[in-house]
Design a protein around this ligand. Structure first.
Ligand SMILES: Nc1ncnc2c1ncn2[C@@H]1O[C@H](COP(=O)(O)OP(=O)(O)OP(=O)(O)O)[C@@H](O)[C@H]1O
Ligand SMILES: [Mg+2]
Length: 267
């Protein structure tokens, strides 16, 4: 993947000894063991690990929805004190407002910022077009399938043009065709705008295909067991990775190695 001039001044994310323990009816649950990570501006970081290992917790802490039990998260040197539209979040389950149309949902952010009606409508339709939902702009969320709701949620985040995009298994509910289409679109967007992306997934293949760096977490309580730079055939060529890279022995070898690490960490 070739580099391009950054459009936005993106910022460094630093997790320093970050951990999270939740109180529950059966006592405390350690969701995340102390984790230290630095994510550079413009990186595309994928986080993989078994269910319950703290991936959502980690992402939600960076987003500002979850407060750390120990340690800290800073973005551009400033401690995260709560959610901010500069850190767009695509949640694991779609969270659309049922009383608004699909377009109304996508326009929510621009409207809150006082953007003019015609301009925000045009941008919302553009964002919906990007995820293949332009024809569903006037529908209500309940009239969409789960995968379509998820795509609408993605449009709702990207319309705000956040500098950092935090995505929690955004494509797991999609059919393989739509998933590949959105993966390629995301790579194009990332290359064009060099946003910092943190992308949680269960799929080691998806992690490798999309990212420049994969973080592998152990089973609960999660800790980082591997942190790898991703280089795939064709990365030195202009343009985004092509889906053909999925069939290469290089990708297969890296996939096997990461899968082995995850398996070993399971004990
Ligand atoms: N609000 C909460 N209260 C209590 N425990 C919680 C809460 N949120 C998460 N947990 C617990 O913390 C652990 C990590 O949860 P988390 O949702 O971060 O995992 P995950 O890696 O995202 O899993 P999945 O892949 O299934 O989405 C789990 O054991 C979960 O039960
Ligand atoms: Mg999760």
């Amino acid at each position: 993947m070739s580099t391009s001039v950054p459009v936005h001044a993106v910022e460094q994310i630093v997790l320093d000894g970050l951990s999270k323990t939740y109180a529950s009816s059966d006592g405390e649950v350690i969701a995340l063991s102390p984790t230290s990570l630095t994510i550079e501006p413009g990186e595309f970081v994928a986080v993989v690990g078994p269910s319950g290992c703290g991936k959502t917790t980690l992402l939600q802490t960076v987003a500002g929805f979850v407060t750390p039990t120990t340690g800290s998260v800073t973005v551009g040197g400033t401690p995260v004190a709560g959610p901010n539209p500069d850190r767009g979040v695509v949640f694991q389950s779609p969270t659309l407002y049922p009383w608004l149309s699909v377009r109304g949902n996508v326009e929510f952010g621009p409207r809150a910022r006082g953007e003019k009606r015609a301009a925000r409508k045009a941008r919302a339709l553009e964002a919906l077009d990007l995820v293949g939902l332009k024809d569903f702009a006037d529908k209500r969320p309940y009239e969409l399938s789960g995968g379509m709701q998820q795509r609408a949620q993605i449009a709702r985040v990207f319309v705000n043009n956040p500098r950092i995009v935090l995505m929690d298994e955004p494509y797991s509910a999609l059919d393989p065709f739509t998933r590949e289409q959105l993966q390629v679109q995301l790579l194009e967007l990332w290359q064009r705008e060099r946003k910092t992306i943190v992308f949680v997934t269960h799929s080691v293949e998806e992690a490798l295909f999309l990212s420049t760096r994969v973080i592998v977490m152990s089973a609960r309580p999660g800790r980082v067991i591997a942190d790898r730079k991703v280089e795939l055939p064709g990365d030195d060529q202009p343009g985004v990775r092509s889906l053909e890279v999925l069939g290469t022995p290089e990708l297969a070898a890296q996939k096997a190695e990461l899968a082995r690490l995850i398996l070993e960490a399971h004990g």
